[in-house]
Design a protein around this ligand. Structure first.
Ligand code: NAP
Length: 255
């Protein structure tokens, strides 16, 4: 795999202020892509953008709430202006808090998780698909989860949202796969980020009981996202690639 295999490509990463999104932005930029960094925390994405540029990469930061379609459209316009029409979209932004049993859940907070984890993914697809389909190329990677297919106590909002996001991946692949657009999910397993800190603090289900040493680093997930954007990723179109699979880890060169 060439180290600069994304030279000249334009990428958008949502939720780039920390965790998996931050690592993914660094990985894509290091491999030559111009990367638009989206998140609500402006200071964090500004700092990451400056760091990527200082290292010789190309990045542009844009505050964006993925739950608002107008902000997503504006982000795609910014990408076009700086780096060209997006070749890669990584739908990574996601929420799991507040973790609560259904009877104790706050309806507004439950709905916000749907707004970000489901509508945010839809907004990303809606904003990039017309151009990708017209050009006959492009990759959309959505960060999925085992929660898309397994019920977990206290996570009704999260499980429902990840199931819906997986179905969006399948529908988008059905409609645009034959037009040259690869839409694919990535199920990373547990990853050492802020999200796992929040899960541990909840104490609610078996995931909260895991020892933090079992979580993989976000840099592994970033390499898996990049892998899905290479020709090898075509094999996973319309589905979820699981980073728990030893054969997948081996193909990507992870330990
Ligand atoms: P994280 O450290 O909590 O990061 C979440 C990111 O999402 C932050 O950059 C946050 O940025 C962004 N975000 C949240 N709401 C947003 C909004 N309305 N608009 C734009 N950005 C928003 O968690 P992470 O572990 O890196 O999670 C990234 C993705 O991986 C999520 O989709 C998550 O469900 C998935 N995932 C994680 C794990 C795990 O074990 N960590 C496992 C499976 C799947 P701002 O707050 O600055 O907006």
């Amino acid at each position: 795999m060439s180290e600069r295999d994304f030279d000249g490509k334009a990428a958008i990463v949502t939720g780039a202020s920390r965790g998996i999104g931050e690592a993914t932005a660094r990985e894509l930029a290091a491999r030559g892509a111009g990367v638009v960094l989206l998140a609500r925390d402006r200071a964090a994405i500004d700092a990451l953008s400056a760091e990527i540029e200082a290292a010789g990469g190309r990045a542009a930061a844009q505050p964006c709430d993925v739950a608002d379609y107008a902000q997503m459209e504006a982000a795609v316009a910014l990408c076009r202006e700086h780096f060209g029409a997006p070749d890669i979209l990584v739908n990574n932004a996601g929420l799991i808090e507040p973790i609560a049993h259904l009877a104790d859940s706050d309806p507004a907070a439950w709905g916000q998780v749907i707004d970000v984890n489901v509508k945010g993914v839809y907004h990303g697809l809606r904003a990039v698909l017309p151009e990708m389909a017209a050009r006959g190329s492009g990759v959309v990677v959505t960060i999925s989860s085992g929660a898309a297919t397994s019920a977990l106590e206290g996570w009704s909002h999260y499980c429902a949202s990840k199931a819906a996001a997986l179905m969006l991946t399948r529908c988008a692949d059905l409609e645009y796969g034959a037009k040259g657009v690869r839409v694919v999910g990535l199920s990373p397993g547990t990853v050492a980020t802020h999200m796992q800190v929040a899960i541990k603090a909840s104490g609610i289900n078996p995931v909260s009981q895991l020892d933090p040493s079992v979580h993989i680093p976000p840099e592994w997930v970033a390499k898996a996202v990049a892998y899905l954007c290479t020709p090898a990723g075509a094999a996973y179109a319309g589905g979820d690639m699981s980073l728990r699979e030893p054969s997948v880890r081996a193909a990507i060169g992870l330990g």
